[in-house]
Design a protein around this ligand. Structure first.
Ligand code: ADP
Length: 272
């Protein structure tokens, strides 16, 4: 509330000068912008050496064919490089999202293609973890409007998390369904679960339920915040459910289904 002198009153009745509040808010915004700019620069600088590193590794692979030991070291280096590329890409995305610089394509996309491609992304991790994957497929006529690459990233991220946070030999289920005007994608696992108090927070930037040292798989805690932003940019929403630790987790994404002529044209193309 403002008093006669234009000062703001706090809940306890103390008076604060409104210009102080305004300046504090501006300072916060400025430091937020600086942080986003720093993040973007950092991600770019980290990304630059990764491409030549990958080329170098390809060249070395040929030389490594001769020796079993070299092959093993090479495979480890490739896995670590992939991991680093994913982390840096996530950082870049978060910076672009904060700066409003992410450009999405806007075209009809078949949901089943998105889900199949996301499964391809996550298959190596699923297999490495010895998980069983349940997937019945989706109706080929179900369409959404958006950016196929980004949608594959969304579902791939949820599937990778399901694989990561489920002890070896678990079960991951991918399911697609109609839900009124929306299409629903469910990713369910039999893993470590999420405590109720953390369910809303897992979509926050840098949120991690487990302490870093307890986690077998490293990460920055930004994958789900990128997922949430991308889904919302597509006009959808996302939710997390879990009955608690040890009870598995379920992530649900709703996306508006393509309507009218756009969907018909896309369905025609899919069938032709
Ligand atoms: P990261 O996996 O890099 O830590 P994310 O943003 O993808 O970051 O996830 C944030 C946190 O949410 C994770 O650290 C983990 O604690 C929790 N989480 C995400 N997916 C699952 C899942 N399927 N089961 C249990 N916990 C999960």
């Amino acid at each position: 509330f403002l008093d006669a002198a234009g000062r703001a009153k706090t809940m306890t009745g103390a008076c604060v000068d409104i210009t102080d509040l305004w300046q504090a808010r501006e300072a916060l915004r400025r430091s937020d912008r600086q942080k986003d700019d720093f993040l973007a620069t950092l991600a770019h600088e980290l990304r630059n050496p990764l491409a030549p590193l990958r080329t170098g590794l390809h060249v070395l692979r040929r030389a490594a064919d001769a020796s079993g030991e070299a092959k093993k070291v090479h495979a480890i280096m490739e896995r670590q490089l992939d991991h680093m590329v994913r982390l840096v890409d996530d950082l870049l995305d978060i910076a672009r999202i904060s700066q409003g610089k992410i450009a999405l394509r806007h075209e009809p996309v078949a949901l089943h293609t998105v889900l199949e491609q996301a499964l391809d992304v996550s298959r190596p991790l699923m297999e490495a973890q010895g998980h069983t994957l349940e997937w019945e497929g989706a109706d080929p006529h179900w369409q959404v409007v958006g950016d196929a690459t980004r949608l594959v990233q969304v579902v791939g991220n949820l599937l990778n998390n399901a694989a990561k946070y489920t002890p070896s030999g678990g079960r991951v289920t991918l399911h697609a369904a109609e839900d009124g005007e929306m299409l629903r994608i469910d990713v369910q696992d039999t893993g470590i679960g999420i405590p109720p108090a953390m369910l809303d927070r897992v979509f926050d930037r840098f949120a991690q339920v487990q302490q870093h040292l307890e986690r077998a798989q490293g990460g920055l805690g930004i994958g789900l915040s990128v997922v949430k932003s991308l889904v919302e940019m597509h006009g959808g929403r996302v939710a997390a459910h879990s009955a608690g630790p040890g009870e598995g987790s379920r992530f649900i994404v709703w996306l508006p289904r393509a309507q009218g002529p756009q969907a018909d044209a896309a369905a025609g193309e899919a069938i032709a």
